[in-house]
Write a protein that binds this ligand. Structure first.
Ligand code: SDX
Length: 436
């Protein structure tokens, strides 16, 4: 980051001493006012619950232009990556800052492929869950449990250890998600097959059984690989900020990623894809397209607490570019599967059209986000609804670990420890119970 000639001067109406604050410029996006010395100079904190106006770190990984609806991974537009690259090339880009050449791609793919198996002991963690446990509850447990197998071999401050932890996590997430799924359907786990692609191997572990050969569909393989690319990273969103804060204590990277999994589960965040599909099911059950008006009316009624799931975004005040690509993938997959007239997809497009013409959504700049269409395409691929967010976690693991490693790799990083505006009781004495 570089200092701007511009400075911020803070003045106080009660005559307090003015404070001058430096302003820094990044490569793209808003400048920042450096308030690190504010408390020492004024005895005051800034106040920004939800971090609406706060940059928590400097980063070189992902940039979002919310007004234009642009998303760049290490400077490359998401549209170009989703069309010209595969997920492992994107992982290499996010982790190391550059797209791999042929040789690097071969090596990286081999490295990831050779870490896809999990320790045989991992299967015993699943037995503690009920068969109908939510896959994200299982994943939060399994990813945290990985710490137990690598805790003593992961010195988070050793770059080589950080790199192998990244490879292990990227490689093992598909295996763990597939195990979580197989456990809930009572089928045996399928081991990874090294001759398959990353997405192909996941499809195989999900849908193959020991009883017969499973043929990976190239259409589904490509669609899933693209879904992984679209979900890989997204600046300092809630789960990434969770991973950074958790990792800032120097904890095991597996534990920090488990914290990210837990945060992503929320319906306001990664859980929105499951919630969006259930919302479409509800509208369909209530009567389909002709019931959209009634549903939108409910959404606009603040007391209903009903939101249009898959719509709106803290940063995008334009169409989420991932939603556009997801809609395209939807059309491709449904077309290939002969499901062009899928009623849910038609309902989603009708709902989107109505919402985008409605003043309530237009005035609040609410557009479809990545979660609006992702459920429809995952359902078409055969992925059960409760597993959608686990797929999001699988794909976002590379972003979380790249962001965590970027933070830990900065020699000046500190443990994150926000302050507060205290509004509780002033100091008081405990009375004997008879006087309370
Ligand atoms: C993801 O941060 C990321 O980058 C996240 C993510 C990633 O890749 O990591 O992009 C993934 O989490 C996408 C978002 C998925 N969530 C949903 O689709 C859930 C539905 N969306 C909302 O919950 C909401 O839009 C948020 C949480 C996504 C953003 O909320 P903000 O930025 O806090 O905005 P807000 O709640 O202050 O909304 C502003 C106004 C409010 O109305 P008013 O108070 O002005 O009257 O818009 C309304 C909100 O009530 N609003 C919605 C709405 N989203 C916002 N009203 C109806 N339906 C919605 N979906």
């Amino acid at each position: 980051m570089k200092a701007s000639e511009n400075k911020a001067t803070l003045s106080f109406s009660n005559g307090g001493q003015n404070v001058e604050l430096p302003i820094y410029k990044g490569t793209l996006g808003p400048d920042v006012i450096d308030i690190r010395k504010l408390y020492a100079q004024t005895g005051m904190f800034t106040y920004d619950p939800g971090f609406m106006s706060t940059a928590s770190c400097e980063s070189a990984i992902t940039y979002i232009d919310g007004d234009k609806g642009e998303l760049l991974y290490r400077g490359y537009p998401i549209e170009q990556l989703a069309t010209n690259c595969d997920f492992l090339e994107t992982c290499h880009l996010l982790l190391y800052g550059e797209l791999p050449d042929e040789a690097k791609k071969t090596n990286f793919t081999k490295l990831v492929t050779n870490h896809t198996m999990v320790n045989e002991q991992m299967q015993f963690f699943l037995r503690g869950f009920r068969r109908d446990a939510h896959p994200m509850a299982i994943m939060t447990g399994l990813v945290g449990a990985l710490s137990a197998f690598y805790h003593d071999s992961t010195d988070i401050n050793n770059p080589k250890h950080r790199e192998i932890a990244a490879i292990r996590l990227i490689a093992k997430m598909p295996t763990l998600v597939a195990m979580a799924y197989k456990y809930t359907v009572g089928q045996p786990y399928m081991y990874p097959k090294n001759e398959l692609s990353y997405a192909g191997n996941f499809l195989h572990m999900m849908f193959a059984t020991p009883c017969e050969e499973y043929k990976v569909s190239p259409v589904l393989e490509r669609a899933l690989d693209r879904i992984f690319i679209l979900h890989a990273d997204h600046e300092q969103n809630a789960s990434t900020s969770t991973v950074r804060l958790c990792g800032s204590s120097g904890t095991n990277p597996f534990a920090a990623i488990a914290a990210g999994v837990a945060c992503l589960w929320g319906p306001a965040h990664g859980g929105a894809n499951e919630a969006a599909l259930n919302m479409l099911y509800d509208i369909q059950k209530a009567g389909g397209v002709e019931k959209i008006g009634e549903f939108i009316k409910q959404v606009k009624d603040k007391n209903s607490n009903v939101k249009l799931m898959g719509f709106g975004h803290r940063v995008y005040k334009n169409y989420d570019p991932r939603a556009k690509l997801m809609q395209e993938t939807c059309k491709e997959v449904l077309g290939e599967l002969g499901l062009e007239n899928d009623p849910l997809f038609k309902l989603a497009m009708a709902l989107e059209k109505i919402a985008l013409e409605d003043e309530y959504f237009v005035s609040r700049k609410l557009y479809p986000n990545v979660d609006f269409y992702s459920g429809i395409v995952q359902r078409a691929i055969g992925i059960p609804v409760p597993l959608f967010t686990a797929i999001f976690a699988l794909a976002r693991t590379v972003g979380w670990i790249a962001q965590l490693n970027e933070m830990i790799g900065d020699p000046d990083y500190k443990i994150g420890r926000p302050r507060q505006l205290f509004e509780g009781s002033a100091k008081r004495d405990v009375k004997p119970i008879a006087q309370r």
